[in-house]
Design a protein around this ligand. Structure first.
Ligand code: NAD
Length: 405
């Protein structure tokens, strides 16, 4: 019997997944999007042969959904696997929409998960439901991908070599069998490696370290003037950036050490320093492996990528570029990223002066308040996926309620 796979969203990643999974004869793919007008737009655009995915591995695919809808009741019932491949600030919205129609024991997860996905799912779907299901999260999206023609063609610019995936045991399926199934669905690459648990994935969230810290380090010298061209993100980094990334990453590892002091059996071994993560993820794509700074500025995969900006017209009629602090490097990687880690640090009693520098600058450009006088008590905490947002103010209670120990 065909597996029923539900894809939530309608952006770049959903185009790739529709093509990959829809090309399989043993799967029925449906798309669920609550974004206004998106379901109709995709349905109307998809040609008879399906969405084409052109791929850096030279393994092009065509795949088509059996249904596309903005109504959960039309696509959710009967789904065996539900995949959220959407920006993390929409996870809760989609989880709430599917909740009345999901069957117990469903396989449900996010790619990427970003920090605290499991806490969010537990909060929305309920602990009993989550404990029966296989909940999964990929540490990052398997691909760098862009839609070339909406509903018709998507390009995978780069496929990661391997990524960590966390899967919980469910009442119907083992974590191991779900990992195998996910590997079958996405194809031979990247290789999906089992991560220890959701806490390790949350703390390992590379985007939450990378994007805010690189932005903070770059803008520390900015004079407020518009740029002639969008500045380079990774290739524009300097020695300071590399050192700041190392210090923030050291603080994350201090959290690991502190938690493991109290809970030596809690396995957080898949949590790595950003230096090691770079080497594992990009390997020979890196020209100079001397330091984080040289790795950032000689990684083939990062060439040409720029800081998020928006164009502005100047008085003399030329187009210049101002920073876009509403971009996901801020809107996702702070509330669902660095704030989650910072909240856990607060529970563990680990000082994080470098992380705090980054959050304080980011919250100021975002117009938010998370840290006040060095304490994680700002008025916008409820909009994060930190433990504090879900009412946890004590480490043991947080770890137990979320099944980490
Ligand atoms: P995307 O920006 O293309 O996805 C946007 C989609 O999210 C929309 O099409 C819609 O379906 C949904 N959405 C957004 N706001 C919504 C709202 N208010 N209500 C309902 N639906 C809404 O994202 P993507 O490129 O497909 O990436 C998915 C995730 O993977 C993101 O978290 C992104 O940060 C991450 N990621 C993407 C890439 C990449 O190369 N595309 C690489 C690494 C990580």
């Amino acid at each position: 019997m065909s597996k029923k796979i539900l894809l939530c969203g309608g952006g770049n990643a959903i185009h790739v997944l529709t093509s990959l999974i829809g090309s399989r004869p043993d799967c029925d793919v449906s798309i669920f999007s609550t974004f206004p007008g998106e379901a109709d737009r995709i349905r109307d655009a998809i040609p008879e042969e399906g969405i084409q995915c052109v791929n850096d591995l030279g393994e092009d695919k065509y795949g088509k959904p059996v249904k596309v809808s903005d109504k959960a009741e039309e696509v959710v019932p009967g789904s065996d696997i539900i995949i959220l491949a959407i920006p993390s600030f929409t996870h809760e919205l989609y989880l709430r929409a599917v909740a009345p129609f999901v069957k117990p024991g469903v396989i449900i997860g996010a790619m990427p998960g970003e920090g605290g996905f499991d806490c969010c799912a537990r909060h929305v779907l309920g602990a009993d439901f989550v404990n029966q299901s296989n909940l999964f999260a990929l540490e990052t999206l398997p691909w760098a991908c862009r839609i070339l023609e909406y509903g018709k063609k998507v390009e995978v610019l780069g496929t990661k070599k391997e990524i960590d995936v966390v899967v919980t045991e469910g009442k119907n399926a083992s974590a191991e069998s779900v990992l195998e199934l996910l590997q079958t669905l996405i194809g031979r690459l990247p290789v999906l490696k089992p991560a220890c648990n959701f806490l390790a994935v949350t703390l390992m969230n590379i985007n939450s370290v990378w994007h805010p810290t690189i932005s903070y380090s770059f803008y520390r010298n900015w004079d407020g003037q518009p740029f002639d061209e969008p500045p380079l993100f990774y290739y524009g980094a300097d020695e300071y950036t590399g050192e700041k990334l190392a210090k923030v990453s050291d603080e994350v590892l201090n959290i690991r050490a502190k938690i493991q002091e109290k809970y030596p059996d809690l396995d957080l071994s898949s949590l790595h320093h950003v230096r090691d993560w770079m080497l594992m993820s990009y390997g020979d794509d890196i020209g100079d492996k001397t330091s984080i700074y040289t790795m950032l500025t000689t990684n083939k995969g990062y060439r040409g990528l720029t800081h998020p900006t928006q164009p502005i017209e100047t008085a003399d009629g030329t187009t210049k570029h101002m920073p876009n602090f509403k971009y996901r490097y801020f809107s996702e990687d702070i509330p669902m990223g660095l704030c989650v880690t910072r909240g856990i640090a607060e529970l563990a009693g680990v000082p994080t002066p470098n992380m705090d520098d980054v959050i304080i600058w980011c919250q100021s450009v975002m117009g938010k308040e998370y840290l006040v006088d060095g304490k994680f008590v700002g008025k916008d905490i409820a909009g994060t996926r930190s433990p504090q947002a879900y009412g946890f103010f004590e480490l043991d209670e947080f770890l137990r309620a979320n099944n980490y120990v």
